[in-house]
Ligand binder design. Structure first.
Ligand SMILES: Nc1ncnc2c1ncn2[C@@H]1O[C@H](COP(=O)(O)OP(=O)(O)OP(=O)(O)O)[C@@H](O)[C@H]1O
Ligand SMILES: [Mg+2]
Length: 216
């Protein structure tokens, strides 16, 4: 599973923390600094068939009878299935060529979002979600953008898109806390928590420093 020559970097954080913005900035920087190394940008939910299905659930276009979103167990299975498809069809082939893959979210998002929304106080849900993702390729580095939930909410407000599943303030506050303790839930992974406050440039410098520190 782990046979590869490339590097796999993941950005994580609550909704509005800046993962999409910073993934794009990091990819741009890596391409500029190492023009000979292919760099791929990707995301979860992925752009594959199962990822598209998950996006339709997140935006409320797919509901169960009665009109609510599927429960956390269904979501955890869907996300895990998308992840396997994503790794197999997009990530592994690129790493095998010696490329760098930067993903906007990966399985830490499943651990955080599905366990927080399980309403079970977390640990039993975390164990089960970890089990589901046991065969998912491990990132070489996971960077968590740490931002207070109120600041992230303000950024989402500016962005002005319709609220998605999980975007209630209570859920976001619990998620921010979960992410700060991510290393406890993923003890074998390399996780760096980066301050997500400040300008896009400020945060980019911190993310880039974390990447350089990991690989130099
Ligand atoms: N450092 C920053 N300062 C101010 N605004 C920012 C900063 N970083 C990102 N933004 C803006 O905040 C909004 C949220 O950023 P972004 O879309 O990157 O977050 P995200 O973590 O990908 O959110 P989601 O999880 O909902 O996809 C965007 O409108 C973005 O332009
Ligand atoms: Mg995003």
């Amino acid at each position: 599973m782990d046979k590869r020559s490339g590097r796999f970097i993941v950005l994580e954080g609550i909704d509005g923390a800046g993962t999409t913005t910073q993934t794009a900035r990091l990819v741009e920087r890596l391409r500029a600094e190492t023009p000979k190394t292919p760099v791929k940008v990707t995301r979860e939910p992925s752009d594959g068939p199962i990822g598209s299905l998950v996006r339709q659930v997140l935006t409320g276009r797919i509901v169960i009878p009665g009109g609510r979103a599927p429960g956390w167990t269904t979501m955890a299975l869907l996300f895990a299935a998308d992840r396997m498809d994503h790794v197999e069809s997009e990530i592994e082939p690129f790493l095998a060529q010696g490329g760098v893959v930067v993903s906007d979210r990966y399985d830490a998002s499943s651990l955080a979002y599905q366990s927080v929304s399980s309403g079970r106080g977390g640990d039993a849900a975390v164990e089960w979600i970890r089990e589901l993702n046991k065969h998912a390729l491990r990132p070489d580095l996971t960077v968590v953008l740490d931002l207070p939930s109120e600041l992230a909410a303000a950024r989402r407000e500016v962005r002005g898109e319709a609220a998605q599943l999980y975007e209630q303030n209570e859920v976001q506050r619990a998620l921010a806390e979960f992410y700060r303790e991510l290393a406890r839930h993923m003890p074998n992974d390399r996780i760096v928590i980066v301050d997500g406050k400040g300008s896009v440039d400020d945060v980019h410098r911190r993310v880039y420093d974390a990447v350089v520190a990991r690989f130099s």
